[in-house]
Design a protein around this ligand. Structure first.
Ligand code: DHB
Ligand code: FE
Length: 289
């Protein structure tokens, strides 16, 4: 099944969204191509250190054969459920992102997560994201501008994608229009944009698959705070992947994916018509070399 061939009888199961996230990853990325010239010494070093961390944990905590077999079965199931993108993006990606962007002078970013889809509909510089006629959720009107680290205006694009008021992502949960709450905004020549969308709900990572089993067995919770995902691009500048959060969300301090940073929390203002206005700008770093 492809990501868009969902039927009216399907419900949002972990297996369905996991399989979609796995399909998506294989469609968009050729992950081995980018590392094909990695020296054997680096592979040897990384593989040995990861395995040795596992060995140390086993020795320190005297892991039993029953626990080893449960781990083996669980790892097999993560793959069968298609949940490797979910697992890695929730529990590993945030550290990769920190390392990849710690040289930046401009905006802080955060993880991409498993639900980005390239090529969302073009919405102009002042536009409304694709949504259903009676899309639930408080209307958000977001004004912003893209500049370079030296203050120069940067015409560019803001790709925005987020969950709906039920915490569901189009193309990964059934019965949603293909591009619901996914849009590409191309700024004015002075880098300015104004986006109308709705406020997303907090998001619970699927609990009915293997990641959910780990969460339950470890006594964790499955919540991410409500968030807007963005990719911000401008010629000659490093692309910024970020998420924006809302003040007061109970999960801003204990996000399962550890992806919240104080710089990424918005300051929405309530307007007389019931909508909320946000102002949030982006500063991008020039590409090096
Ligand atoms: C996951 C989902 C998200 O929406 C996100 O931003 C990060 C991770 C997940 O289910 O893995
Ligand atoms: Fe998300």
């Amino acid at each position: 099944m492809t990501t868009t061939e969902t039927t009216a009888t399907e419900v949002a199961t972990a297996a369905a969204s996991g399989a979609s996230a796995t399909d998506r990853f294989h469609t968009d990325k050729s992950p081995f191509e980018a590392v094909k010239n990695t020296p054997t010494e680096r592979v040897d070093l990384l593989a040995r250190e990861v395995l040795s961390a596992v060995h140390d944990t086993i020795r320190r905590h005297r892991v039993t054969y029953d626990e080893y077999n449960a781990l083996k079965a669980w790892l097999i199931n993560v793959g069968a459920d298609g949940e490797w993108p979910l697992f890695l993006d929730v529990w590993v990606e945030h550290v990769v992102e920190d390392v990849a962007t710690d040289h930046r002078q401009g905006n802080k970013g955060t993880i991409e997560g498993p639900y980005y889809v390239p090529g969302s509909p073009e919405c102009g510089a002042h536009g409304t994201i694709p949504m259903r006629d009676h899309e639930d959720g408080t209307r958000l009107v977001w004004e912003g501008r893209i500049t370079s680290t030296d203050g120069t205006a940067l015409p560019g694009t803001v790709e925005l994608w987020h969950a709906d008021a039920d915490g569901l992502y189009s193309q990964f949960a059934p019965n949603l229009p293909e591009w619901n709450l996914r849009g590409t905004f191309t700024t004015d020549p002075d880098g300015a944009f104004e986006i109308t969308t709705v406020r997303p709900a907090p998001y619970q990572i699927p609990t009915d698959g293997s990641c959910g089993k780990l969460i339950a067995a470890a006594g964790w919770h499955a919540w991410r705070p409500a968030h807007l995902h963005v990719k911000v691009s401008a010629p000659g500048h490093e692309q910024l992947t970020a998420q924006l959060y809302f003040p007061g969300d109970p999960h801003n301090d204990d996000d399962i994916a550890d992806a919240v940073k104080p710089e990424l929390v918005l300051d929405p203002q309530s307007m007389p018509d019931g909508s909320q206005k946000i102002v949030y700008d982006f500063v991008l770093d020039p590409e090096k070399g």
